[in-house]
Design a protein. Structure first.
Lengths: 160, 287
C-alpha cells in the first residue's frame, strides 16, 4: 500500500510512503505516527488506515475532520486512487493499494526517492519538441535578433 | 500584432541594452526566471531572490509577465485595490509602464530613508481582473511593447536589476525575455516531466545565445540523495545548478502570503537562495 502526499496546486506527488507488511498506518502531527506531518491544521493522530480482509479503511480522528473525495468522512472503505484531505484546508494525500491507477490519473513522478533513475531524458522526444518550436517563424526571427545583438555588442567591444 | 523586420527589432532590443549598459555608469542586469511547468515555486523563488538582491544594496524591480496566471503580488501582499494600474494597462496603452510600478521597499525590506537611493524594490504586477486575463488569451499583445517597457523601467526607476517572472512553458514572450536577458534561471522539480521539459527549454535558450543558464532545483523531497541529484542534473544538462532547495513545508504553510526569507532569515532555504543572490550581483562580462 502506498500513500502519496500531493502538491496542493498541481496534484502531483511530492512525497511517497510505501507500507508492505503493516495492517495499520497512522497519519498525524505526532512523531509516533507512521506518517508524521508537522502542520498546525493536522491533529496529533488525524487518520488511521486499517487493513480489513481485502481492503483498507480510513478512520478519521482529527479535530478538523477528514475529507475523502471532497466529502467529510468518519469511517470509509478506500478504493485505489482515493484522495483524502486532513481538514478542509490541510494537506492532501492519495491512496494507492498497489494496483494500477485508472488510466489518466497516473503521474510520472518521484515515486522512489532513493533511486534517481526516473530522471531520464527521452532524446527523441526532446529533439522533436525542439524542432517543432525552432522551425516557427517567431523563433527564427528571435534567433536572428539574438545574433544581430551579439554582433552589435561585439562591434562595440563589449565582448572583449 | 506588429511584426518588425529582424534588423529593426534588433535595433530596438539593442537600444534596450544600450540603455541598460549606459556608458560606464552602473549597469543594470536583466534576469529571466522561468520554469517548464507551473507549480515549481518559480514566483516564490523570484520574489525571495529579488528581496535578497535588494537587501544587498540594489535597486530591483520584478515584472510579472505571467499575465495568464498572475500571483507574485500576493507574496508582497499587494491588494487589488492598491493596484491602480497593472502591466496589462501598459500593454493596452492605458498608462506609462512606470505608473504600474509599485515601490514595495518598506513592506519587503524595511524603512529606507528617502535620501538613500538604495535599496529599493519595485513590483510591476499583472492584472488579476478576470476580464484582463481573458483579453490577453484572446487578443495576445505586442511583445515588442514589453521590451520597450523594460527599457523605460530600467531608465525611469534607475534599476540595477530587472527580474522577469515569466509564464511557464515556451511561448513568444518567454523566448523574447530570454533574448534580452543577461541571465536565465530555470526552476525545476526533481521529477520526470520537469526533467524532460527543462531539457527542451535549455536547448532553445542555447540557440538564442544563452550560453550559461542557471538551474535551481526546488521542492527536493526528504531522503533524496542531493549530491547524486546535482551531479545527475549537471551532467545531463551541462549547466550549473546554483541552488538545491528542499521541499519546504513552511513555505507551503505561508500559502503564498508572505516572503519566506523575511520570515525565516536563518533557514537553510534562505541561506541557499542567498548564495544565488550573491552570485547574481557579481560583475559578469556584458553580453
Amino acid at each position: 500500500m502506498t500513500i502519496h502526499l500531493l502538491d496542493s496546486a498541481e496534484g502531483h506527488p511530492i512525497q511517497t510512503w510505501h507500507f508492505k507488511e503493516q495492517s495499520r498506518v497512522n497519519i498525524g502531527r505526532s512523531g509516533e505516527n507512521d506518517i508524521c506531518i508537522t502542520d498546525g491544521r493536522v491533529s496529533r493522530l488525524h487518520v488511521e488506515l486499517r487493513h480489513c480482509e481485502n481492503h483498507w479503511e480510513l478512520i478519521s480522528h482529527g479535530r478538523n475532520g477528514t475529507l475523502v473525495g471532497g466529502v467529510a468522512a468518519d469511517n470509509l472503505p478506500l478504493v485505489n486512487g482515493d484522495i483524502f484531505q486532513l481538514g478542509p484546508s490541510g494537506p492532501t494525500f492519495r491512496f494507492a493499494d498497489g494496483q494500477q491507477l485508472p488510466s489518466g490519473t497516473a503521474t510520472i513522478s518521484a515515486e522512489d526517492t532513493e533511486n534517481l533513475d526516473f530522471l531520464m531524458i527521452d532524446e527523441q522526444l526532446r529533439a522533436d519538441d525542439v524542432r517543432q518550436i525552432a522551425e516557427t517563424d517567431v523563433f527564427q526571427r528571435l534567433q536572428q535578433q539574438a545574433q544581430q545583438m551579439k554582433q552589435d555588442s561585439d562591434a562595440r567591444g563589449w565582448n572583449t | 500584432m506588429e511584426h518588425l523586420t529582424p534588423e529593426r527589432q534588433a535595433q530596438r532590443f539593442g537600444r534596450i541594452r544600450e540603455a541598460i549598459q549606459g556608458g560606464g555608469k552602473r549597469l543594470a542586469k536583466i534576469v529571466s526566471v522561468h520554469s517548464f511547468r507551473g507549480g515549481t515555486g518559480k514566483s516564490n523563488t523570484t520574489a525571495n531572490l529579488a528581496v535578497l538582491i535588494a537587501r544587498a544594496g540594489y535597486r530591483v524591480a520584478i515584472v510579472d509577465t505571467d499575465i495568464q496566471s498572475p500571483g507574485i503580488h500576493v507574496l508582497f501582499q499587494l491588494d487589488a485595490d492598491e493596484m491602480r494600474y497593472a502591466l496589462n494597462d501598459y500593454l493596452w496603452g492605458k498608462c506609462a509602464i512606470e505608473e504600474a510600478a509599485y515601490d514595495l521597499t518598506s513592506r519587503a525590506i524595511g524603512t529606507v530613508s528617502d535620501d538613500d537611493e538604495r535599496p529599493r524594490l519595485f513590483l510591476i504586477p499583472a492584472s488579476i481582473k478576470s476580464g484582463e486575463i481573458g483579453r490577453v488569451l484572446k487578443d495576445g499583445y505586442d511583445v515588442g511593447l514589453l521590451n520597450d517597457g523594460f527599457k523605460k523601467l530600467v531608465r525611469e526607476l534607475k534599476l540595477d536589476f530587472l527580474l522577469i517572472d515569466t509564464h511557464p512553458g515556451v511561448n513568444e514572450e518567454t523566448l523574447m525575455s530570454i533574448v534580452i536577458s543577461h541571465r536565465l534561471i530555470l526552476v525545476l522539480r526533481p521529477d520526470n516531466q520537469d526533467f524532460q521539459g527543462t531539457s527542451v527549454t535549455l536547448e532553445l535558450a542555447r540557440r538564442l545565445g544563452m550560453d550559461h543558464p542557471w538551474l535551481i532545483v526546488n521542492k527536493i523531497p526528504p531522503g533524496m540523495d542531493r549530491v547524486r541529484l546535482k551531479e545527475k542534473i549537471e551532467d545531463a544538462y551541462q549547466a550549473k545548478v546554483v541552488a538545491m532547495l528542499p521541499l519546504n513545508h513552511e513555505i507551503v504553510r505561508l500559502a503564498s502570503a508572505g516572503l519566506f526569507v523575511n520570515r525565516f532569515p536563518d533557514h537553510p532555504f534562505t541561506r541557499e537562495l542567498g548564495l544565488v543572490a550573491a552570485a547574481a550581483v557579481q560583475p559578469s562580462p556584458p553580453l
